[in-house]
Design a protein around this ligand. Structure first.
Ligand code: GCU
Length: 683
């Protein structure tokens, strides 16, 4: 029993501010529901009652229309009432909502454009209450900026989670669904509270048993899971195995142009939709990291994706095809192959060839979720193709939920990146929202960081990434600071010192992590396979295409057109020029784009080698500061979460030292250049 850890940001602690409590109490004695009861509306009402009971100590009762109450309904339900500024509501999308105080009858209207909006309006109201904020008489009008707001779980049916750092899967155990329906329900609530509206529940690497999720053996459990999510406006998708027709259907190929294969998928889709009428569709990882795909048959990604899209289309399903396609059997001796180029090289020529219900899912960086890399040049480049941006909330390369690393600032940098695709101001966030090219389908997906740990995320502060992802994807204009404040207050209560301390920690953590790990955008330097902890040459002579090329003179990957792999040419001209030129390239990415001598002077005025030494000494110290800051609020938060945090900060401090010393020693030995400040570098 770990309620505080488990409830994350839905603590609903009693409101201690008397005036705030009395403001809400005056509306919350009773409520009326104007629309039909559906599972979704029931979820909204359950949440409202649960939240208010706990926040105000009184359970609101359902009554008929009355004064002094909450009024729940759709905009249509109140069409006859003269309470709203209709003009501003006309264009709301179906998930939009409005909260409006009517002072005459002293009613608080909690209205959705559709029932979906009602659910989100309820969570909005409860968030305000948890934040101790009084609603003003002005209308709250909100709608999500991104249409698809997705969570990708990399859970395997054996109960493990690929890149999972928060225990095991709560979806599966020992090759079956765990049937922990209550836990799934709690998870769905949590996701809905931050606006998530789509999930995949299994790993993109679809192994033997998971391939059978789309058969009678598993479909009833999948359908039950879909029911739970549906009641929270979350559509269920599955990762599917591209070669299912062979594995499940006994066909001799999975050739996307073969009639029997096409027929097989069509029948399969009908079977799935018979079990789950609003099934979202498939996410496919094909011809990537040894997964099967259309290349085997000499077909293109468009052939493969469209074939599946066609099978799903009659049922309203969507096919999401991942662009994480590159040569993972590279020869490290071959300097002409550049993994960063791969997604663009594969997919750009296919722009315009994908069906309307097909979406390409593009990782934020062209390599793989490093603490720092360029923004994928594929984002925005394809004008005639639906695109979803992919982030990783799971901290595979950012401390694995043992280190504190608040990722919202990184995601914001990506979203605010100007691609120049349609001239200045063509931001990645506009690609994701679909507005740049007015695409019918678009959005953002992310690899989840949740597991069966009692606090869902392992590190208690990693909950901030889960929360922050949802909030940011709902509205990319929210600042990292504002999201942090919301999360801290709801999670740890309304205490100024706690707020200030944890916020400083969160906002500093990404820079700290970057300081003590791989420098200046070069990436990796981690232990192979599990990717935790420093190992500078761990991947240097491997087949994965992730090299730093450090020698006695210098380091970095030359991705220029002049002398390197030509990757810079994949950007629109403004960015291409900026990255191509060593003078113009921002410091933080210099080793991502250029191979430079250790003595190369950065814009900061420091040499590369001195920058490496300085940031590594500083980063390790900052890790210790994080631990001190955490200790300073020991008395102000509960023991369990404090101790869970402390255990992780201890690991982080040790690991940061290890990073510092291994990196500094490595480069000292390579370069023979002394630290200007004479600090300890082990020779
Ligand atoms: C990373 C990760 C893999 C994962 C892959 C993917 O490379 O290490 O575990 O399968 O990304 O996104 O498909």
């Amino acid at each position: 029993n770990h309620p505080q850890s488990y409830n994350c940001w839905l603590q609903y602690n009693a409101i201690d501010d008397v005036s705030v409590a009395s403001f809400y109490r005056s509306f919350c004695q009773s409520f009326v529901v104007l629309c039909d009861r559906t599972p979704l509306i029931n979820s909204a009402i359950d949440e409202l009652q649960r939240g208010i009971t706990s926040l105000l100590g009184e359970t609101p009762t359902e009554t008929g229309k009355d004064d002094n109450q909450l009024v729940l309904g759709t905009l249509e339900d109140v069409a006859q009432e003269d309470i709203l500024d209709r003009i501003s509501l006309a264009n709301l999308n179906e998930e939009g909502y409005c909260i409006r105080m009517d002072e005459r009858q002293h009613q608080l209207y909690v209205l959705g454009k559709t029932e979906k909006g009602i659910l989100y309006a309820v969570f909005h109201l409860l968030r305000k209450m948890q934040l101790n904020e009084i609603l003003t008489t002005e209308e709250v009008i909100e709608q999500p900026v991104n249409q698809i707001r997705m969570m990708n779980h990399w859970d395997n049916v054996d109960g493990s989670i690929e890149r999972g750092y928060a225990g095991l899967s709560f979806f599966y155990q020992q090759n079956r669904f765990s049937r922990q329906w209550d836990r799934m329900h709690d998870y769905a609530r949590m996701l809905a509270s931050i606006g998530i509206n789509a999930v995949t529940i299994n790993n993109v690497n679809v192994h033997q048993v998971e391939s059978e999720f789309i058969t009678a053996a598993f479909l009833p459990d999948v359908a039950r899971t879909a029911d739970i999510f549906r009641a929270y406006n979350i559509k269920l998708f599955l990762s599917a195995n591209y070669s299912s027709p062979m594995q499940l259907g006994g066909l001799s190929s999975a050739d996307p142009l073969a009639d029997d294969v096409r027929e097989w998928w069509k029948e399969k889709a009908s079977e799935i939709y018979a079990a789950i009428p609003d099934f979202g569709g498939f996410v496919i990882k094909a011809d990537s990291e040894n997964r099967p795909g259309p290349f085997t048959y000499g077909r293109t990604h468009a052939d493969g994706a469209n074939m599946l899209g066609e099978a799903l289309a009659p049922h309203g399903g969507i096919l999401i095809w991942r662009c994480f396609v590159y040569n993972c059997h590279q020869d490290w001796r071959d300097k002409t192959t550049d993994r960063a180029r791969a997604a663009y090289d594969h997919f750009m020529p296919l722009d315009g060839q994908f069906n309307d219900n097909v979406i390409l899912q593009i990782k934020n960086g062209p390599m793989d979720f490093q603490v720092r890399e360029g923004v994928s040049p594929l984002l925005g480049a394809m004008k005639d193709t639906n695109q979803i941006l992919e982030f990783q909330i799971a901290q595979e390369y950012t401390g694995q939920q043992k280190h504190l690393c608040y990722l919202v600032p990184q995601w914001k940098d990506v979203l605010n990146f100007d691609t120049y695709a349609k001239g200045e101001g063509s931001f990645v966030k506009d690609v994701a929202s679909g507005s740049l090219y007015e695409r019918p389908l678009s959005g953002i997906a992310a690899v989840a960081n949740s597991g069966d740990a009692y606090n869902w995320t392992g590190h208690p502060l990693a909950q901030a990434n889960l929360y922050g992802y949802g909030r940011l994807v709902w509205n990319p204009e929210l600042s990292a600071d504002a999201i942090a404040s919301e999360w801290i207050t709801q999670t740890y209560g309304n205490h100024a010192t706690v707020l200030k301390t944890i916020k400083e920690m969160l906002l500093q953590s990404l820079q700290t992590y970057e300081n003590y790990t791989a420098p200046l955008g070069v990436g990796w330097m981690v232990n192979p396979n599990h990717h935790y902890g420093p190992n500078v040459d761990g991947y240097e002579y491997s087949a994965w295409g992730t090299y730093h090329f450090a020698d006695l003179h210098g380091i970095g990957v030359d991705r220029t057109m002049q002398t390197g792999t030509g990757y810079t040419s994949q950007y629109f001209p403004e960015n291409e020029k900026r990255y191509e030129s060593l003078e113009a390239c921002p410091d933080e990415l210099v080793l991502f784009f250029h191979h430079v001598p250790y003595t190369h002077q950065l814009h900061s005025g420091k040499s590369v080698i001195q920058h490496i030494y300085d940031t590594h000494f500083e980063g390790a110290e900052q890790a210790e500061q994080l631990r001190e800051q955490w200790k300073s609020i020991k008395e102000l938060i509960d023991e369990e979460r404090f101790n869970d945090g402390l255990t992780r900060f201890n690991l982080q401090v040790d690991s940061a030292k290890e990073w510092r010393d291994i990196i500094n020693t490595y480069f000292y030995r390579k370069s023979g250049i002394e630290d200007e400040h004479g600090r300890t570098i082990y020779s």
